[in-house]
Write a protein that binds this ligand. Structure first.
Ligand code: AP5
Ligand code: MG
Length: 224
């Protein structure tokens, strides 16, 4: 079976984490969310967390060299040797170049960049109702995708919390940063024939069905 090397792209609140939850279960891929890694580092007070915290609270990106090191470590560990799912990385052209060089140096390539699209007003609505689990980063929405029991994660029973950067003014800043610094990756991956677009306004299950269909086709093509 050919390996799946995937990145999830899209604005804040488009549903990257929501789809990642489902894809992890479907395909058992090692999952790296740079947002989750950074929030854990902040909570544990590590050097990475101390350097990242102010950028994150302001809704800005952390510097490329900081986050590139985090990803390089994951590849060096060998855990991603048989496929991976990256969520929230790359987010700048510099990060995309780093990923491309890392894969090339190992004789590997990306399978697809999965772009989940959602308009700004939908993003604001979603992030105000989002809850995430304190342990595994599983994602819920109080209205659109509620947990079975209030404030408890269905998957691991841990407490559900609201993220610090989901305040409306920080969400607006994150959206502006996305349009300016991350959107150029759409052309970058289109040029490499890797971009696949998904309408993030559909329900989580519908988006998941479409992503799975795309990946099934990609795998068939790779095996021909
Ligand atoms: P990160 O944690 O990656 O945040 P983000 O990209 O802003 O994206 P979100 O996690 O907010 O949204 P999502 O697309 O995962 O949506 P979700 O599935 O939760 O990054 C946080 C910060 O870390 C950044 O601002 C930056 O500072 C830093 N950082 C991270 N990576 C970096 C990098 N590479 N370089 C530099 N800095 C970096 O869904 C949202 C809500 O909508 C949920 O409540 C969900 O239940 C609901 N929902 C999802 N799908 C649907 C649907 N189809 N219909 C209805 N509701 C839905
Ligand atoms: Mg997320």
């Amino acid at each position: 079976m050919s390996e799946l090397n995937l990145v999830l792209l899209g604005p804040p609140g488009a549903g990257k984490g929501t789809q990642a939850d489902r894809l992890r279960r479907d395909f058992g891929l090692p999952y790296y969310s740079t947002g989750i890694i950074l929030r854990e580092a902040v909570e544990n007070g590590t050097e990475l967390g101390r350097k990242a915290r102010d950028h994150m609270d302001a809704g800005e990106l952390v510097p490329d060299d900081l986050i590139n090191d985090v990803i390089a470590e994951r590849f060096d560990s060998g855990d991603a040797d048989e496929g991976f799912l990256l969520d929230g990385f790359p987010r700048t052209i510099g990060q995309a170049e780093m990923l491309e060089a890392t894969l090339q140096s190992r004789g590997r390539e990306l399978t697809a960049a999965l772009l989940i699209e959602a308009p700004d007003d939908e993003v604001v609505r979603r992030l105000s109702g989002r809850r995430t689990c304190a342990k595994g980063g599983h994602v819920y929405h109080m209205e659109f995708d509620p947990p079975k029991n209030d404030n408890v994660c269905d998957q691991d029973g841990s407490r559900l919390i609201q993220r610090d950067d989901d305040k409306p003014e920080t969400v607006r800043k994150r959206l502006a940063v996305y349009h300016e610094q991350t959107e150029p990756l759409i052309d970058w991956y289109t040029d490499r024939d890797l971009l696949v677009r998904f309408d993030g306004r559909r329900s989580p299950d519908e988006v998941n069905d479409r992503i799975r269909a795309t990946l099934a086709t990609k795998r068939l093509e790779a095996e021909l």
